[in-house]
Design a binder for this molecule. Structure first.
Ligand code: TYM
Length: 344
């Protein structure tokens, strides 16, 4: 691999990340991704955040639901604190350069690399022969999402780590094959107490919008009562909470609830345990519920308000696409140039 640090020095510090509009937002999306996206807004980076609708259709999406979910995701971004003036907010299909660079990367990525992607294996399951070709090629399009902007930093949850390693491999191979230093070697940003929020019903499974049990997750559209009920019913163990993080090592459900608390409160796990060590879950769960409702209820309220103004959301996405294309178009043209496409 080429020297990432040296390569990156030449690139504008730019953040890109995306979320699939393939269902409602969960607390996992919020703590692992959106809250981190908000933290990265500011003077240090240009920030581009995307509803990846082209990725969503790698598995069947009802067209009306896809449209609704894309707008709702946009509302979720804004309600959580993404400022559409400061950040560029887009839905992927309105910036065709993603798919155009995606094709080039289909020709750079190797079958062997793609076959190792654990998320494809998980999603395709036993029925891989019947999975769409798009689902298999998905990580090459994801690399294009990032590299069409020469993004240098990508905040994501832990489950996206392998895809970001592939993005680095694609950039490295492209640069090497064409003898250029054109694409940055992107840094994954996987930080904080909640890079992997687990199911409330099973501490060994990731919290996911596709879990058949609604009790396994907190949805960003849940009201205060629903949040409190799900936390009250969350699986735990009979022991009191420890005073140090080490004491959570073999207690996945306890660790998950403490991590969620820490991430919501912007505290370290050690600081949380300093306060709650020795408490039973009967005492800790109401504390967690209160904090979760305090932080999440205003977001779901604002999402509902924004969803009453779909034309305003569409206007924001149109403006975002215009700003995004101003960055992406020249990078695509240079890529075509490097590859040897005649531009007449
Ligand atoms: P997606 O839509 O599955 O999830 C969006 C983001 O939420 C994070 N996340 C979680 N974090 C912590 N705990 C959880 N339980 C949890 N569940 C989800 C994910 O890690 C992710 O950051 N392939 C991506 C979308 C994508 C993308 C990109 C991301 C497409 N192109 C380019 C970054 C850059 C995906 O399916 O995320």
């Amino acid at each position: 691999m080429s020297d990432g640090v040296q390569t990156q020095a030449a690139f504008t510090p730019r953040v890109f990340s995306g979320i699939q509009p393939s269902g409602g937002l969960t607390l996992g999306n919020y703590l692992g991704a959106i809250k981190r996206f908000v933290d990265m807004q500011g003077d240090a980076f240009e920030t581009i955040y995307c509803m990846v609708d082209l990725h969503a259709i790698t598995v069947w999406q009802d067209p009306a639901a896809l449209r609704h979910n894309t707008r709702e995701l946009c509302a979720g971004f804004i309600a959580s604190g993404i400022d559409p003036e400061q950040s560029v907010l887009i839905n992927q299909s309105q910036v065709p350069e993603h798919a155009q660079l995606g094709w080039i990367f289909n020709c750079v990525a190797r079958m062997g690399w793609m076959k190792r992607m654990t998320q494809f294996k998980d999603k395709a399951g036993k029925n891989a022969e019947n999975a769409s070709l798009g689902l298999f090629g998905y990580p090459a399009l994801m690399a294009a999402d990032i590299l069409i902007y020469h993004a240098t930093h990508v905040p994501v949850g832990d489950d996206q780590k392998q895809h970001l390693e592939l993005t680095r491999d694609i950039a490295t191979k492209f640069n090497h094959d064409f003898g250029v230093d054109f694409f940055p070697i992107t840094e994954p940003v996987i930080e904080g107490a909640a890079t992997r929020v687990m199911s409330l019903r099973d501490g060994s499974k990731k919290m996911s919008k596709s879990d058949p049990s609604d009790a396994s997750r907190i949805n960003m559209t849940d009201d205060g009562d629903a949040i409190a009920k799900k936390i009250r019913k969350a699986k735990t163990d009979p022991d009191a909470l420890p005073s140090e993080a080490k004491g959570l090592e073999d207690r996945p459900e306890a660790r998950n609830l403490v991590n969620i608390y820490a991430a919501l409160a912007d505290m370290s796990v050690d600081d949380v345990l300093r306060d709650v060590g020795g408490k039973q879950f009967g005492e800790f769960k109401p504390m967690l519920s209160e904090l979760a409702v305090e932080k999440l209820a205003p977001i779901s309220g604002e999402m509902a308000r924004l969803m009453n103004e779909p034309a305003e959301i569409d206007r924001i996405l149109a403006r975002g696409a215009e700003r995004a294309r101003a960055i992406a178009e020249p990078i695509l043209q240079q890529t075509y140039e490097i590859v040897g496409m005649v531009r007449s």
